[in-house]
Structures are given as structure tokens and as C-alpha cells.
Design a protein around this ligand. Structure first.
Ligand SMILES: Cc1cc2nc3c(=O)[nH]c(=O)nc-3n(C[C@H](O)[C@H](O)[C@H](O)COP(=O)(O)OP(=O)(O)OC[C@H]3O[C@@H](n4cnc5c(N)ncnc54)[C@H](O)[C@@H]3O)c2cc1C
Length: 431
């Protein structure tokens, strides 16, 4: 009997620098690649929001389709099954007679619960599951401290890991062998109960999902345009695609790894020199890591009103009228409104915008920050549980910001970052 491993793809939709795939190819004679589309991820929630909105869902479906094509080009396929992973994975494991299931390690409570249910179901049919860490720049196991001792202040954390550990090399695409795999297709947005989003020509992010597009964007941002050389000066911009890297949607779905980005930046620095800007992209990727490690450290506390800090006097108002005004960009604060309209019409908003609208939501409207975070979860093309809930908690003052009660003055911010009102006019003059 041939040794077979089922590779359960989740948010690691790539071939390059994917340890799950690399280890599976190393240990098995044949691999069975699966992606499970769980309809629960697209459902309408009791709060009236959809768990995954159209922008993100479309990017996800494009990314799955591309992975399927890439595997087909190598003589295999990606089996796409629609249903609960704890039902689908064991059925396929049995059908293909696999001895093991390999997948990526999870950190947030919801994903951990799903993996635990799959593990339990697999255990009943005598199949083991093994997980590999694929989504961070640094490895927690390389740290000079355990997860529970990770510093709660970002700068302390960053300095320590930069000094005492290093980024590991990337994994190459392994040679892949497959058994005969059954036909399947990627469901459409309509089949998932969603509608096709309309493209807005003002969008900062008219990109498609998938590993090839991610690698093209990386190449463009570094080697073709050399925009990376001025990232630190432009990163607080608001209009267009090049003020920041726009790597986030691909990172969120694992179409590219932060490690791969890091090593490409090092290659760029060797060829063209390093400066504050080339380093600053890495610095931001460390922030991304940090929220992941905080999620691992604090788990479900990251989703609670008072946060892991157990902060007191956190606004917790629920007011549907104010909530809808914020969503629709009709609060009367022009900077907030312009940003919220961009998010609604494109699925993207700059980092500067996100900080302002989140701060306004919590400190001006005094609404329960978890509702704002849930709207971001629906709407953001780059939604990522740790980055989203971690950043919201930070702005709400219940997370990692060591400064107490930091409130963004949206008027001042508008003057500083949109002095000629170009951004506000762009989004407020036409709907
Ligand atoms: C309230 C709020 C919610 C957010 N929700 C998300 C989210 O769901 N998903 C997400 O990827 N980012 C989130 N961010 C962080 C940040 O706004 C986006 O990562 C960034 O705007 C994406 O654009 P970019 O790829 O061009 O970023 P760049 O400025 O080019 O940064 C490069 C990469 O660094 C990482 N990064 C940058 N800033 C942050 C940050 N503050 N926290 C974590 N990672 C960061 C991202 O992976 C990003 O792609 C949120 C920020 C706030 C304030």
C-alpha cells in the first residue's frame, strides 16, 4: 500500500514556502490535496452581518481556483468539497486510504475548535493529524521565552526577538505525486448565498486572489517600481495602490508567506541597498506576527469587551442607527465618512483610515468595539482574525497599547493626512 497523506489546505493557499506541503511530499509517496468550503463561513449572523462578505469571498474563491490550477499543472488537483470539515475530511481520508492528514497550525479559538472536531472524527477511523506553523515570520519555538511569557509591549517583544532569534529559510516547492483524484469545482459566490461585488474605479485594491498575483505584486513593489524604497514616507497615504504594499489580502489567505516576503526584501537590499523604508515593511510584518502571538497567549480574551487587560469603563453601547450611519459613511465627520464609504464600496481601507474610524467608533460614538470589528470581519478583503481583533482591541484601549486612552482626533488627522481634501472629495462627492 502506498503511503498517502491528505493535505488539508486552509489559509495557506500556496505552493511556495508551505511547510505543510513540503513535509507531506517528504513523508508520503502520494498526496491528496483538499480545500473544504464551509458554508457556515458565509452565513448571515444574528447581528445582521455576514461572516464573510462578497469582496473577501470572491478573493478567496479566486485563490482556491488558482491553487487548483497550479496543482493541475503538476499532474494533480485540489479536491474542493463543500460542507463541514469534520464531516468532509474524514470521508475523503477514508476514500483515498490516507494514513495521515497534514494541515497548518491554528491559533484563534474558532479555528482551533474546528481542527479539534476534525481530529476527533479522524481519530475514530485511525487517522492522525499533524500540524505545521506556516503563517508567521518568526517561529514561536525559536523564541527565548514561552508563549505565556511573551512581552505585552510590542517594542520589548520586537527588540528581543530581533536580537535573539532569526527568520528561518523558506521551503522550496517540493516535487509532488498524486493518486487519481476525483473531479470537483469551486462553488460560485451565488451558490454561497452572496452577490458579485461591483468594481469601483476609485479602488486602491483591484487585485485578484492567488499565489501568482501575490508574487507579481511583490516583484512589482520591490524590483519593478522600487516603491519599497520610500514605503516609510508613503505608508500613511490614502489614495492609490502604491502608498503601501497591499500584501495584506494575500497574506491573510496565505497566498504568500511573510518569510518569503522577508527573504525577497533581503535580496532587494543586497542589490539596491537597505534603508529605513525597506526595514519598515519587515517592522510591520513583525506587528502582524505579534498579534498572532497575542492571540495564542490570550485566546478568547481577545474577543471580550474588556479584553485581556480586563480594562474598566469600556464603551458598550449598541445603537443600530449610529452603527448604520458609521457603516454607510453618514456620521457627519467627513474623514470618517470618506473612509467608511471606501470600505463599503471596495473591501479595503488604509491603515490610517482604519485607526481613525475605529477610534471614532469607540471614543466618539461610544459603541461596543466588537460590533465594529465584526463589520470589518464581514467587509475587509484582508480580514485576518488576529490582526483585526488585535488592532481593534488596541484602539479600544483593551489590548496592547501601553499608552492609556489614546484617542485619534479625526479633524486633526484629516488636516495632516488629507490637507487638500483630495481623499474626502474622492469618496464624498460621488457615491
Ligand atoms: C482597526 C484595525 C483593523 C485591522 N484589521 C486588519 C485585518 O483584518 N487584516 C490585516 O491584515 N490587517 C489589519 N489591520 C492592519 C493594517 O491596517 C493592514 O494590515 C494594512 O492596512 C494592510 O495594507 P498593506 O498590506 O498595504 O499594509 P502595509 O502598510 O504595506 O504593511 C505591510 C504588511 O504588514 C502588516 N501590517 C501592517 N500594519 C499592521 C498592523 N497594524 N497590524 C497587523 N499587521 C500589520 C500587514 O500584513 C501588511 O500587509 C487593521 C488595522 C486596524 C487599525
Amino acid at each position: 500500500m502506498k503511503k498517502r497523506v491528505l493535505v488539508w489546505f486552509k489559509n495557506d493557499l500556496r505552493l511556495l514556502d508551505n511547510e505543510v506541503l513540503f513535509r507531506a511530499a517528504e513523508r508520503a509517496e502520494e498526496i491528496v490535496p483538499i480545500f473544504c468550503v464551509d458554508p457556515a463561513q458565509f452565513k448571515l449572523l444574528p447581528n445582521g452581518l455576514t461572516k464573510t462578505g462578497s469582496f473577501r469571498a470572491q478573493f478567496l474563491l479566486e485563490s482556491i481556483e488558482q491553487l487548483k490550477n497550479q496543482l493541475q499543472e503538476r499532474g494533480g488537483d485540489l479536491i474542493v468539497s463543500v460542507g463541514l470539515p469534520e464531516i468532509e475530511i474524514p470521508i475523503l481520508a477514508k476514500e483515498y486510504n490516507v494514513q495521515q492528514v497534514f494541515t497548518k497550525k491554528e491559533i484563534s479559538p474558532e479555528e482551533l475548535t474546528t481542527v479539534a472536531s476534525v481530529e476527533k472524527a479522524l481519530w475514530k477511523i485511525g487517522v492522525e493529524i499533524d500540524a505545521f506553523s506556516t503563517s508567521t515570520l518568526y517561529r514561536a519555538t525559536d523564541f527565548p521565552f514561552g508563549i505565556k511569557d511573551i512581552p505585552d509591549v510590542f517594542t520589548t517583544f520586537r527588540k528581543k526577538i530581533e536580537r535573539e532569534t532569526h527568520v528561518r529559510p523558506s521551503f522550496p516547492i517540493p516535487e509532488l505525486r498524486f493518486p487519481k483524484l476525483k473531479e470537483s469545482r469551486v462553488p460560485s459566490l451565488i451558490e454561497l448565498g452572496l452577490t458579485m461585488p461591483t468594481l469601483d474605479d476609485r479602488s486602491a485594491i483591484n487585485f485578484s486572489g492567488g499565489e501568482k498575483e501575490a508574487l507579481n505584486r511583490l516583484d512589482y513593489y520591490l524590483f519593478q517600481s522600487k516603491a519599497v524604497q520610500s514605503y516609510k514616507e508613503t505608508r500613511n497615504g490614502l489614495i492609490g495602490s502604491d502608498y503601501s504594499t497591499k500584501f495584506s489580502p494575500w497574506l491573510a489567505l496565505g497566498c504568500i508567506s511573510p518569510k518569503w516576503i522577508y527573504h525577497e526584501i533581503k535580496r532587494f537590499e543586497k542589490a539596491f541597498g537597505e534603508n529605513d523604508s525597506t526595514y519598515w515593511v519587515v517592522f510591520e510584518l513583525i506587528w502582524r506576527d505579534y498579534f498572532r502571538f497575542m492571540m495564542k497567549k490570550y485566546g478568547s480574551k481577545m474577543f471580550q469587551l474588556h479584553g485581556w487587560k480586563n480594562a474598566q469603563e469600556v464603551p458598550n453601547r449598541v445603537d443600530e442607527r449610529l452603527f448604520q450611519a458609521w457603516i454607510n459613511g453618514e456620521t457627519g465627520d467627513e474623514f470618517v465618512d470618506a473612509n467608511m464609504r471606501e470600505l463599503k464600496l471596495t473591501g479595503f481601507m488604509s491603515n490610517r483610515g482604519r485607526q481613525n474610524v475605529a477610534s471614532y467608533f469607540v471614543h466618539e460614538l461610544k459603541l461596543d468595539w466588537r460590533l465594529g470589528a465584526a463589520y470589518f470581519e464581514q467587509q475587509l478583503i484582508d480580514y485576518d482574525a488576529s490582526s483585526n481583533w488585535g488592532n481593534w482591541a488596541y484602539v479600544a484601549g483593551v489590548g496592547n497599547d501601553p499608552r492609556e486612552n489614546r484617542v485619534f482626533n479625526t479633524e486633526k488627522q484629516a488636516q495632516q493626512y488629507d490637507p487638500k481634501q483630495t481623499y474626502r472629495r474622492l469618496w464624498l462627492e460621488k457615491n
